[in-house]
Design a binder for this molecule. Sequence first.
Ligand SMILES: Nc1ncnc2c1ncn2[C@@H]1O[C@H](COP(=O)(O)OP(=O)(O)OP(=O)(O)O)[C@@H](O)[C@H]1O
Ligand SMILES: [Mg+2]
Length: 314
Amino acid sequence: MRVLVAGDANLDLVLRGDVVPRFGQAEQLLDSADLVLGSSAGICASGLARLGIDVALVARVGADVFGDQTLQLLAANGVETAAILQGDEPTGVSVILSGAEDRAILTLTGAMAGLTAAEVRERLFPGGASEPAARHLHVASYFLLPGLKDGLPALLAEARSRGVTTSLDTNWDPAGAWAGVGDCLPHLDLFLPNAAEAVAIARALGGEPEDAESAARLLAGHGPLVAVKDGAAGGFAVAGDRLVRAPGLTVDVVDTTGAGDSFDAGFLAAWLQGRGPADALRWGTAAGSLSTRGSGGTGGQATRAELEAALVGP
Ligand SMILES: Nc1ncnc2c1ncn2[C@@H]1O[C@H](COP(=O)(O)OP(=O)(O)OP(=O)(O)O)[C@@H](O)[C@H]1O
Ligand SMILES: [Mg+2]
């Protein structure tokens, strides 16, 4: 295994059509209902596998139909699932009410929230082995994983001291507190927020950033290379005092769910292969854009050949 992804694993139930609920027991008819793989860690791991990277996921799901389906979908995408724990809590699920212009997301975190740093550590160094089982550890959905939070800085520090590189995509904080990330930053090689998250986290660290760029510079000052996702505009990366930008690709967008997680997969695949920040960023933005071609987080994810062809241009 080259990459161990730790974080959330769940399904998305994506509903389209007349999706704005009307209470009073009104029954509304839908155009479609799709049960697909969700979760930042699950989608990122699938993106890495699609790019030909040997990847395993460590996460918690329930011993239930949704848990079994999550494992099946991950395995079908080429992700190693042996490290995924199935416990008593129900598998998390997100119900996505997908309208033409916007969407609402109702999430039960369920089993995923129970994942601990000790469980991740056991997958990275099985039985306390001195040789790590992976050369890179990527953590996703920090704010959905209260059981992981306390032990994460020490785990990241240990991983790096034993030759494993590290990355984190926190995603959004539903609580709006944005606490704890500052303790992780010094132990990260890569930090992968979107523009709004970068600003919120920089503010939580006492900064007063005017925009995402100054937020990223502040975060990079804590150690990691910071790659910021900015929707259709693409993104930028800050390494030390150097800033590089890359546009998104123009694609026929079907569904932007998980574009950020596919960006992470593209960026990581390039970076792990020794490419510099500018190149890795182009891989990230292209992987994010290509992923929007299909429905759900993994439906449109690019293969390595597709990604390379998109980067060369028509
Ligand atoms: N509408 C779009 N058209 C083209 N490319 C897009 C579009 N939306 C996103 N992308 C690509 O995907 C990348 C990541 O998307 P985005 O900025 O939405 O991440 P995010 O906010 O972390 O998303 P999420 O966490 O919901 O998956 C962008 O950098 C861009 O390259
Ligand atoms: Mg994101």
